[in-house]
Design a protein around this ligand. Structure first.
Ligand code: UGY
Ligand code: MN
Length: 253
């Protein structure tokens, strides 16, 4: 016979919360889905425009060794893939790229992408509609690896970051890896008109979101709405890093 389990205990074991200006989803909160044209894979849906302020979708795709797309996906959107672990072939406009942990691919709007695992793999997939501006050309495809992107040392001691995409106005999105030594704390509460999708890659810390503090750990996901007050305090004994989506280079209209 299973042991009786108090409902209050189930609740107390969950760190997940959903608030008006943010949500925190931990691995225990993530629910399995399947998506059309993604075979032999479990898709954990993180952010979608069903959160009224969210203008992007982000998915954790857990591929079995035979996991793959069965058609070009995301062609009406720009797409960003980041391989957390495993080994995947991504194909963009007929050209194939071998991805290993830390590889990433940016695909501009109108092209779409296909992917196929070569081993069990976990892929973060973000898609959004491109915010077109007359006279500004669309960005082009980028395939690279996080180790090949130099870290920028911030003025704040203990903080460095990698801009995986060029910081030029053709891009309407940034994907940055923020890297913090334990004990490092942002010295100000940021409030900005952009939104964030944040995936904790490693380490732990305290995230201040709106009026609340939350302990966050590797593999947690946070959505932050525009204007959500925020700062991070890296705790524990090891480096914290997180992959951070931000809509950039547009005026909010
Ligand atoms: O660039 C940013 O908005 C970044 N510093 N925010 C964050 O890490 N929460
Ligand atoms: Mn921010």
């Amino acid at each position: 016979m299973p042991q009786p389990l108090a409902v209050a205990d189930i609740r107390s074991r969950s760190r997940g919360v959903v608030r008006q200006s943010y949500f925190l989803m931990t691995p225990d909160n993530m629910v399995e889905n399947q998506l059309p044209h993604v075979a032999d894979a479990v898709v954990k849906v993180l952010a979608t425009p069903r959160v009224p302020t969210a203008a992007f979708g982000q998915y954790l795709v857990e591929l079995s060794a035979s996991g793959r797309t069965t058609a070009v996906v995301g062609a009406d959107f720009e797409n960003f893939l980041y391989l957390l672990d495993g080994s995947v072939t991504a194909t963009v406009a007929g050209e194939s790229h071998e991805l290993r942990a830390g590889s990433f691919v940016f695909v501009p709007s109108g092209v779409g992408v296909e992917f196929a695992a070569r081993a069990e793999s976990r892929l973060l997939w973000l898609k959004k509609r491109y915010d077109e501006v007359a006279g500004v050309s669309r960005p082009t495809t980028i395939v690279s690896h996080v180790d090949d992107v130099p870290a920028i040392i911030d003025d704040l001691e203990g903080l460095r970051y990698k801009q995986l995409l060029p910081d030029t106005v053709d891009f309407d999105m940034a994907m940055n890896v923020m890297i913090l030594d334990p004990g490092t704390v942002f010295p100000l509460v940021e409030i900005h008109h952009q939104e964030h999708g944040l995936y904790m890659l490693e380490g732990q810390g305290i995230y201040y979101l709106d009026e609340d503090h939350h302990e966050v750990l590797a593999e947690d996901y946070i959505y932050m709405a525009p204007y959500c007050p925020q700062y991070y305090y890296a705790t524990g004994w090891s480096t914290s890093s997180y992959l951070l989506y931000k809509d950039v280079n547009r005026d909010g209209f």
